[in-house]
Design a protein around this ligand. Structure first.
Ligand code: ZN
Length: 402
């Protein structure tokens, strides 16, 4: 197989297929038992020696042969062994023993993307550190403040187990390991509270999102009776007990869970998610709110688990996207664009941050869920229109999925 693309110009129609990883995955799909790459001509660069970074672990060997003439000239037997990359990471755990039968788990993941050695970054620039101030130093900091407060505090109906999870960014690995090797039996856990990205409370909208309120009947009444008047924070709730953070691992053990989040932003999974952009006052509001909520559940007898209907979005599969970041905390009608990825169909159509998408083709878009449903109707190469409002204007932008 050739490395690179037959057309190296910007916005080439081959772009979506030219990545090494895409080619390997396609080869696997068509039953390849190995891939040998070479260059189509001498102008192509050799791939970096670190193919393991650009290719997620695959079950087949992938080789690169530098000399293009070798391929046709010789018969060769190639032996290779596929080794799985293994690393050890650690969950860091603290326990406050109030000598009670049940325990509340409070967790926040402490890993992030580092220098993007394992992928996951949204930047193509190499060698940049990803500090992850919001994702998730902010959640860990809130957890630590709760440790301080709860270890000498008045809420003693349960014990508290604090876990800084590792491997979250690689697929909830730390929390998955924990629930399979629990230090306290899972049926003795009253509930799990998870913090992932609490550092970017919008200072005008002041919305704190609480996911998982459907996992127990105690959550809604508790949330409704917490006064947020003094700092005017707004609570936005979602029923589903699962999502893309560590609370999900506990939900599947029938443990009631809540997940707290101050919202998506343009620095998500980029080196620019850094300390200077943290809203410390907002973090304190979030902490204080969560502490009050723990106070409420200190008064309830038990926290029964109820399974939730998962977000519809989890069941919608789509093959194309516009390459935009939806504003998950926007509560008007439509989808507010919170970021536009360069050179993706949305960008090419002229979408800008702040635009509100109200229609995709003939499909009305009143929410993120509806946007995803509409996307699932399209295939690569399809043309459509995006109807938006920008300020007081309504505009119709032609777009092509790729
Ligand atoms: Zn995170």
């Amino acid at each position: 197989m050739y490395i690179g693309s037959p057309d190296n110009s910007a916005h080439s129609k081959y772009d979506p297929y030219s990545e090494v990883s895409t080619k390997v995955n396609n080869a696997i799909k068509y039953g390849a038992s190995g891939v040998i790459f070479t260059r189509i001509n001498n102008t192509e660069k050799d791939p970096s020696g670190q193919l393991s970074v650009t290719i997620r672990p695959t079950a087949i060997p992938v080789l690169f042969v530098h000399d293009t003439t070798v391929i046709s000239a010789i018969h060769a037997k190639i032996f290779s062994k596929v080794a799985t990359l293994e690393n050890t990471a650690h969950n860091v755990i603290g326990f406050k023993n109030n000598k009670k039968k049940t325990t509340i788990i409070i967790g926040a993941h402490q890993d992030h993307l580092g220098y993007n050695e394992l992928g996951g970054s949204r930047t193509k620039e190499e060698g940049k550190i990803h500090n992850g101030a919001d994702d998730n130093a902010s959640g860990v900091a809130v957890m630590m403040e709760l440790m301080r407060k709860l270890s000498k505090g008045k809420y003693k109906k349960h014990n508290y187990l604090f876990i800084a999870f590792s491997g979250e960014e690689e697929g909830l690995l730390g929390s998955n390991y924990y629930v399979k090797h629990p230090l306290i039996p899972n049926d003795k856990i009253a509930c799990m509270l998870n913090f992932d990205m609490l550092g970017r409370l919008d200072s005008t909208k002041k919305k704190l999102m609480v996911y998982g309120v459907g996992t127990s009947p105690v959550w809604k009444p508790a949330i409704e009776t917490i006064s947020t008047d003094s700092f005017n924070i707004k609570i936005r709730t979602t029923e589903s007990g699962t999502g893309s953070s560590d609370h999900t691992s506990f939900y599947y053990q029938n443990i009631p869970d809540l997940h707290f989040f101050t919202g998506q932003h343009k620095d998500y999974h980029l080196p620019s998610d850094d300390e200077a952009l943290i809203n410390y006052t907002g973090m304190w509001y979030s902490y204080d709110y969560i502490y009050k909520l723990i106070g409420k559940i200190n008064k309830v007898k038990t926290i029964p688990f109820t399974p939730t209907k998962n977000n519809e979005s989890e069941f919608v599969s789509y093959k194309v996207t516009l390459g935009i970041m939806p504003d998950y905390i926007y509560d008007g009608s439509g989808l507010r664009v919170d970021g536009v990825n360069k050179d993706r169909p949305g960008d090419k159509a002229g979408l800008k941050t702040g635009d509100i998408i109200i229609k995709l083709g003939d499909f009305p878009v009143s929410s993120v869920q509806e946007y995803m449903k509409a996307l699932s109707e399209y295939n690569k190469g399809d043309k459509t229109t995006i109807t938006i409002t920008r300020g007081t204007q309504t505009m119709i932008l032609p777009a092509t999925f790729e």
